[in-house]
Design a binder for this molecule. Structure first.
Ligand code: 5CA
Length: 473
């Protein structure tokens, strides 16, 4: 089955996740999908990196999926933000429950009553934990696999507590650093954007988001970092005893990433032939394909085995099935296998391997003696750099600086629009009247944007800084 062209991104995405066996979308509940084994392996590898990053200074925990209504409702802004998205459990068997239980939409209100018990004095701080769990949100916007789910299956949420506002702010900066490392590893370009005050996470002091640009020019929020101040601490009475003997409220942060990271990975690098995956996260890293002719099989197979011996430790398939080589290439291209090694009688004779990379058309021969771990790591690194470069080039084409408000409606229909804007809410709302969603203000200028940081607000002419408006997922 062939894929639709990536030009028709929505169709392409819909098809690729099924044909490449990432998700089965036939589950009979809207917004819920099934991970195929191949997709789940990809998830495991991608989240392995996220875990590695988190484990450096967070402890992994597990909190229950059910939250009593009495806790979920405590923080007024938080519950106001989530009330129309919560799934409720009202019965245990046939008996109505005394206290309704929410399926966690996120875990602040599950964790923080326990933080109150865990945190006694300054020695307990900072507290940094994370969990990777499913969360449930009754999304009313169009649901899509990996992008907008009603059961988010792979919600990595980190929660931290600190002595004061400044220390929590330091953690916000660290979290941004962690997410940068993660997305750089996946070769996914992003913008770090401070959300408008009226669009921050419910209960937060401020929210900083990672947004990327999908192939159809729409933005996708692929992670968020929130400074919670002492808002939740006051509600849940989380205090610590300081050195001076007084009790103070903690200041908190939380930050999360969902399987949207995999949606962006697939969308950013994939092409008309299928997935294109960075080497480290590819479920199959190397496909070895013997070209077998009658009477010459033995030589080729012997040489292949010699090669396979050298590839121990990598995720390799040795595809000696009955299909024609072309069909095999096609199959492994669809699965995004980064490296392909072909071996025919001629190669066996010369002790060479024909090497090709998933993201490039060219093939070349390499003596088997030169193939080793170091060489493969070098190829993997070069491929990541090419993937990022290509992603940046395609994103650049989808960004446009808007100098005049009168041009915005036209531009935002096709492009992620960059403009100077002040922090005034009226001006922000004016921007949204032109079609796009105001994502907020750039925290830093990404290397793929060549614009000056300061300028006159496109609406009122006051002092503005760089803001982004886009049609978003
Ligand atoms: N408690 C905080 C930090 S963990 C929190 O819930 N933040 S959030 O609401 O912004 O969600 C974190 C990230 O999850 C978002 O940045 C977004 O990338 C992703 N996300 C949110 N809703 C969905 C959804 N319905 N489907 C898939 N991913 C989602």
């Amino acid at each position: 089955m062939s894929l639709p062209s990536k030009e028709n991104f929505s169709e392409w995405f819909h098809e690729i996740i099924q044909t490449a066996e990432i998700m089965d979308i036939r589950y009979p509940v809207k917004g819920l999908y099934v991970w195929f084994p191949f997709g789940f392996k990809l998830r495991q590898l991608v989240y392995g990196k996220l875990r590695e990053i988190m484990d450096r200074e967070h402890s992994e925990v597990y909190f229950p999926a059910l939250i009593p209504e009495t806790e979920l409702g405590k923080e007024s802004e938080h519950i106001r933000g989530f009330e129309d998205e919560v799934y409720w459990i009202t019965h245990g068997g046939l008996s109505p429950l005394d206290v309704k239980l929410a399926l966690r939409p996120t875990s602040e209100t599950a964790m923080y009553p326990m933080f109150k018990l865990w945190i006694r004095n300054h020695a307990d701080l900072p507290l940094r934990v994370y969990q990777i769990v499913n969360t449930f949100r009754y999304e009313t916007k169009h649901t899509r696999p990996l992008i907008r789910l009603r059961e988010i299956t792979s919600f990595k949420e980190a929660h931290t507590a600190h002595r004061n506002y400044e220390e929590a702010e330091e953690q916000v900066k660290k979290a941004i650093g962690y997410y940068k490392e993660f997305y750089d590893f996946l070769a996914i370009p992003y913008m770090v954007i401070r959300r408008p005050d009226w669009d921050k996470f419910p209960g937060a002091v401020y929210t900083i988001a990672f947004d990327t640009v999908m192939p159809d020019g729409r933005s996708l929020q692929i992670g968020t970092v929130h400074h919670l101040g002492d808002n939740f601490a006051k509600t849940f009475e989380i205090t610590y005893e300081a050195v001076d003997g007084n009790h103070y409220f903690v200041h908190q942060t939380c930050y999360g990433i969902s399987e949207r990271c995999i949606a962006s990975l697939i969308s950013m690098h994939g092409d008309d032939l299928g997935l294109v995956l960075p080497f480290e996260v590819a479920p199959v890293q190397i496909a070895v394909i013997p070209i077998l002719y009658k009477g010459k099989e033995e030589k080729v197979l012997d040489f292949s085995n010699e090669l396979l011996e050298k590839l121990k430790g990598f995720r390799v398939v040795f595809d000696k099935g009955e299909e024609r080589p072309g069909a095999k290439y096609y199959k492994w291209e669809l699965k995004g296998v980064p490296l392909r090694f072909e071996i025919g009688p001629k190669e066996a004779e010369r002790r060479e391997v024909v090497v090709s990379f998933r993201d490039e058309k060219k093939k070349f021969s390499v003596p088997i003696e030169e193939i080793n771990e170091q060489k493969i790591s070098q190829w993997a690194e070069e491929m990541r750099a090419r993937l990022r470069k290509k992603a940046v080039e395609s994103i650049k084409l989808k960004l446009k600086f808007v100098g005049e408000l009168s041009e915005l409606s036209e531009i935002v229909r096709e492009y992620v629009s960059i403009m100077h804007l002040c922090k005034n809410r009226d001006c922000g709302e004016e921007i949204e009247k032109h079609g796009g969603k105001l994502l907020g203000w750039l925290e830093e200028i990404p290397d793929f944007l060549e614009v000056s940081k300061e300028g006159e607000c496109i609406v009122c002419g006051g002092k503005g800084s760089l803001a982004v408006s886009a049609r978003s997922y």
